[in-house]
Design a protein. Structure first.
Ligand code: AP5
Ligand code: MG
Length: 246
């Protein structure tokens, strides 16, 4: 575990099943950066039966995107609630913004006035058949957003979350036909979004790989290169001592 020396405000962009949630979780643990996933927020709304949840449910199950203004309002209120709109905070966004209009609204209405612009946008590139294979084997714990895969990172107890022991579920949009629609939407929206970030200084960084381990190693290096790190020596010594005792 380590800490970054400079505030990192990071967006993870990538098609369905590319590992945004998986990489976010690893960065969150490694550098103690808090995160928001737009998909997880919507799944919470669906579970709680809110007005947004009712709107989101049918849109998500068709593989389409929620209206830009709705999505921006939902995430912006979360950023404000967490007091993240400041130049000194670090955070990760998983899955928002994902259209050019969302990025413009977020920047103009929230980040620029707070002097808290995004300083790293990571584009994950994974082969399509690997992504389809992953989502058809995915299980999720909706309350926390933790994701599992029946082959890659299965839960310790079948069908149960490792931390809470609560039941895991399959996402209704994790079906091959809906996956193809999500992928089509992603491709249509991403090109303009990537172009937008290309014009925002040196923030865009793309990484390709077949596995999350290969991608994570490069991502970790890039984060450290950009933001610097100070290693938590007590945690290192604890883990070395634990290793020696094994
Ligand atoms: P969202 O929940 O963001 O879905 P998504 O973008 O389709 O991405 P996923 O969550 O499916 O994939 P991921 O990249 O997080 O992959 P993961 O790490 O889980 O959004 C859902 C919907 O909400 C959207 O379709 C839209 O309708 C709506 N929405 C959300 N944001 C919106 C916005 N901004 N605007 C409008 N609408 C919005 O990995 C996938 C699986 O692979 C997991 O099971 C994982 O364990 C496994 N895995 C990871 N790495 C490996 C590996 N190396 N080998 C094998 N398995 C692996
Ligand atoms: Mg996800």
């Amino acid at each position: 575990m380590s800490r970054l020396l400079r505030p990192a405000r990071v967006l993870l962009l990538g098609p369905p099943g590319s590992g945004k949630g998986t990489q976010t979780e690893r960065l969150r643990k490694q550098f103690e950066i808090p995160s928001i996933s737009s998909g997880d927020i919507l799944r919470h709304h669906i579970k709680d039966g809110t007005e947004i949840g009712q709107l989101a449910s049918s849109i998500i199950n068709q593989g389409k995107l929620l209206p830009d203004a709705v999505m921006t309002k939902v995430v912006a209120s979360e950023l404000r609630r967490r007091h993240w709109l400041s130049p000194s905070t670090s955070w990760l966004l998983d899955g928002f913004p994902r259209t050019h209009a969302q990025a413009e609204m977020l920047d103009a209405q929230e980040l620029e006035p707070a002097n808290a612009g995004m300083n790293l946008v990571v584009e994950l590139q994974v082969p399509e058949d690997a992504m389809l294979n992953r989502i058809t084997n995915r299980l999720v714990h909706v309350p926390s957003g933790r994701v599992y895969n029946l082959t890659y990172n299965p839960p310790k107890v079948r069908g149960r979350d490792d931390i809470t022991g609560e039941p895991l579920s399959r996402r209704p949009d994790d079906d091959p036909a809906v996956f193809r629609k999500r992928l089509k939407e992603y491709r249509a929206c991403t090109e303009p979004l990537v172009e937008y970030y290309k014009k925002s200084g040196d923030v865009l960084w793309s990484v390709a790989g077949e596995t999350s381990d290969v991608i994570y190693a490069q991502l970790e290096r890039e984060v450290v290169r950009r933001f610097g790190e100070s290693v938590d020596e007590s945690a290192e010594m604890d883990s070395e001592a634990a290793g020696a005792a094994d």
